[in-house]
Design a binder for this molecule. Structure first.
Ligand SMILES: N[C@@H](CCC(=O)N[C@@H](CS)C(=O)NCC(=O)O)C(=O)O
Length: 248
């Protein structure tokens, strides 16, 4: 995934300018892609978390661009956030809720262990990644990626939180080789898309990659996960979307 991963930046530029439009590729050939539409942008890390899971599971789906906070998006995602999915039952937002729905509806291949305790441990890790790492680091994106400024007091507050939360994450994460252990799980769908952007944001704002400082070798991990065909598609689609936007 490397350094060229300005998801936050591209999200912002993109979402203020795009129109809703159906992307012209059907991402899988198994089943009917009309069953599920993934809405948002290939430049959103949460969108890519869901897309990664759909691709891993071979679930047929379509993709549709949806802009943050726009009236059309608010009709289906009440906080105007992406991603959301559209199914024959209606719309559903929140990436982890979506992953759990997908897991229940299309159980094979499983992205959660059959063992209830092991599955809960995977969810614990995903919660750390989404809530305690990414959501906290997100406060830095304005300065890291958008040319804005984060106040010194907010920088200090976020750093204190990240230092605490990264110790906790390190305690839970296995990286052996997957984030929850020997098997690829939902937690990898989150880790693969979140860790690089958190590293970039902290490096941009604090001059240091806080993940690396806490002994988290996210690059080796992402290189390994990035060998999967589904990860390569997520990355390639993100880059293509960024290139399309830059060319406008
Ligand atoms: N908790 C949400 C977070 C999604 C999220 O924050 N998406 C970003 C795009 S990467 C967004 O929509 N931001 C706009 C906002 O927060 O208003 C999820 O897991 O789906």
């Amino acid at each position: 995934m490397g350094d060229a991963f300005p998801v936050g930046q591209v999200c912002r530029l993109h979402y203020t300018s795009i129109r809703r439009a159906t992307l012209d590729w059907a991402t899988t050939t198994k089943g009917d892609p009309d069953m599920l539409t993934l809405c948002g942008s290939p430049r959103s890390n949460y969108y890519n978390k869901v897309k990664f899971a759909l691709l891993e599971k071979g679930v047929p789906f379509r993709e549709e661009l949806a802009a943050i906070g726009q009236p059309e998006t608010l009709k289906e995602s009440p906080l105007g956030k992406v991603p959301f999915i559209r199914t024959e039952h209606g719309a559903l937002c929140e990436s982890q809720v979506i992953l759990d729905y997908i897991e229940a509806r299309w159980p094979d291949p499983a992205l959660l262990p059959a063992d209830l305790w092991a599955a809960a441990k995977v969810r614990e890790l995903t919660t750390f990644l989404d809530l305690h790492l990414e959501l906290v680091a997100r406060e830095l994106y304005l300065q890291a990626f958008f040319g804005g400024t984060v106040s010194d007091s907010n920088k200090a507050r976020v750093r204190k939180l990240l230092d605490k939360h990264l110790v906790g994450f390190r305690q839970l994460a296995k990286f052996s080789p997957y984030v929850a252990g020997e098997s690829f799980t939902q937690a990898d769908c989150a880790a693969f898309v979140h860790l690089p952007i958190i590293a970039r944001a902290t490096r941009a704002v604090y001059g240091v990659d806080l993940l690396a400082e806490h002994g988290i070798d996210w690059k080796t991990y992402c290189d390994h996960v990035g060998e999967r065909a589904s990860a390569q598609k997520v990355t390639a689609d993100r880059k293509a979307d960024q290139a399309r936007s830059a060319a406008k």
